[in-house]
Design a protein around this ligand. Structure first.
Ligand code: SF4
Ligand code: FES
Length: 369
C-alpha cells in the first residue's frame, strides 16, 4: 500500500442547494438533501480534525455555500482552527452586510464564478434571471472590502468566444488570478455534452488566447488553465493524484477522494459522523483504492508519465470506459482514445441541442439585507 502524506487542501461542500441551475454542474445526479447536511457543530469538528491532519487550505463550496445561514460562523471556526479559508461562490445570496461579516469572521479569499461576460449569456447559462447584475454588484463589494479575488470562468461551446472579455473583466475587477476552465464532463454535465462540447478549433483558439494573455498580463494576472479534455492527447493529473493532496467532504459528511468519486460503484465511503478524518484519509478503502501507482494496469504501469498524470481521471475512466482502473480514455495510449475523439467531434457538431438544466432540491431563499 502506498504511504500517504497528509492532504494540503480540503473542499467542504457545505450544501448541494444552489439558486443557479448550471447545465455543467459537476455535483452528483443524486444530490444530498438539506435534512442530511452536517450541522454547524459537525462542520466545526471536521475543520478541527482537518487542521490536525495537516490540511492548510479550506475551500468552502457547494452548491452555493452562501445558502448556509451559518456560513459566517463556519468561516470563523475554520480560521480559529488555523485553516486558510477560500469561499467559492456564485455571489448569489451574498449581501454587502454578509460580506462584511465574513470579513470580520476572518475569510481570507473569495473565488467568484462567471457564467458569461454579458447578462444575456450569464443568466441563460446559470438559469437565473438577474444573476449577472447581482454578481457584478457582489464583485464591487468584494473589491471595496479588499478580499483577494479569483475569478472562475467555465467555458464551453456557447461562451468560449467571450474568453478575451473574461480576462479583461478579471483585470478590471482587480482579481489576482483567473481560472479558465474548459467545461469538464462529470456528474450532471454528462447530460449536456451535445450542448456544451467545444469544437476542436475553439479548444485550440482558447489555448492560443491563454498563452498570449499569460505573456501580456505577467505580473498583473495569474491565469490557471484547464484545457478541453476530450480534445487532448494526454489526460490531466486529476486531484493531483488520487488520495495524494486533497479530499472532499460532501454535504452529508461522506469523505470523498474527489467530487465525482460516488460515480464509481464498487467504492464505499466513510462518513465523518462515524470515523475520524485522519483514519479515513490514511486507512479508508476508497482513498487507498487508486493511491500511488501500484493499482495501475498497462499501459499506465510501464508508462514514463505514470507519476506525471497518475493515469488521468478515475471517474472519467469509469464514465467513458466503464472501468475506473482503466487508462483515462483521453490518453493517446488508451484503446478508447480514437473513439473518444470521434465522439467529441460528434458532440461538438450537434445542432440545436437544448441545455438540460440542473434541478435543485430547494431554491435558496433571498437573503435578508
Ligand atoms: Fe498517463 Fe497512463 Fe497515458 Fe501514460 S498511459 S500518459 S500514465 S494515462
Ligand atoms: Fe474523480 Fe477525476 S473526478 S478522479
Amino acid at each position: 500500500m502506498t504511504k500517504a502524506r497528509p492532504p494540503i487542501a480540503m473542499l467542504a461542500e457545505l450544501t448541494h442547494r444552489c439558486p443557479l441551475s448550471c447545465p455543467y454542474c459537476s455535483n452528483p445526479i443524486e444530490m444530498a438533501r438539506q435534512d442530511s447536511e452536517l450541522s454547524t457543530d459537525e462542520w466545526k469538528t471536521v475543520f478541527r480534525q482537518a487542521a490536525d491532519l495537516g490540511v492548510l487550505q479550506l475551500h468552502l463550496s457547494g452548491g452555493e455555500p452562501a445558502t448556509r445561514r451559518d456560513l459566517e460562523e463556519l468561516v470563523q471556526a475554520a480560521r480559529e482552527a488555523g485553516l486558510y479559508t477560500n469561499l467559492i461562490t456564485s455571489g448569489i445570496g451574498l449581501t454587502e452586510r454578509r460580506l462584511k461579516a465574513l470579513d470580520a469572521a476572518g475569510l481570507d479569499h473569495v473565488q467568484l464564478s462567471l457564467q458569461g461576460t454579458t447578462p444575456e449569456m450569464a443568466d441563460e447559462i446559470g438559469g437565473y434571471n438577474g444573476g449577472f447584475k447581482r454578481k457584478m454588484q457582489v464583485a464591487e463589494w468584494i473589491g471595496a472590502i479588499g478580499f483577494p479575488l479569483t475569478l472562475n470562468a467555465v467555458l464551453h461551446r456557447r461562451n468560449l468566444h467571450q474568453l478575451p472579455r473574461a480576462l479583461e473583466m478579471a483585470v478590471e475587477m482587480g482579481a489576482r488570478r483567473i481560472e479558465v476552465a474548459t467545461v469538464q464532463f462529470h456528474g450532471w454535465a454528462l447530460k449536456n455534452r451535445d450542448a456544451l462540447m467545444p469544437t476542436r478549433e475553439q479548444a485550440a483558439e482558447a489555448t492560443r488566447i491563454v498563452q498570449e494573455a499569460r505573456l501580456r498580463l505577467k505580473g498583473t494576472l495569474v491565469i490557471d488553465y484547464v484545457p478541453a479534455d476530450y480534445h487532448s492527447d494526454y489526460p490531466k493529473r486529476c486531484m493531483g493524484g488520487w488520495g495524494s493532496t486533497g479530499l472532499n467532504v460532501a454535504p452529508d459528511g461522506q469523505v470523498l477522494p474527489c467530487h465525482a468519486a460516488q460515480t464509481i460503484p464498487h467504492l464505499s465511503f466513510d462518513s465523518v459522523r462515524e470515523r475520524p478524518l485522519s483514519e479515513i484519509w490514511y486507512e479508508g478503502s476508497a482513498f487507498n483504492a487508486y493511491r500511488g501507482t501500484d493499482w495501475m494496469p498497462e499501459p499506465c504501469a510501464s508508462c514514463e508519465r505514470k507519476t506525471v498524470d497518475f493515469g488521468g481521471c478515475r471517474c472519467q475512466a469509469m464514465a467513458l470506459a466503464g472501468d475506473p482502473a482503466a487508462t483515462d480514455p483521453v490518453c493517446i495510449k488508451s484503446p478508447h482514445h480514437v473513439d473518444l475523439q470521434a465522439r467529441a467531434d460528434a458532440h461538438a457538431a450537434a445542432e440545436n441541442a437544448a441545455l438540460v438544466y440542473r434541478t435543485a432540491p430547494g431554491k435558496a431563499p433571498e437573503p435578508a439585507e
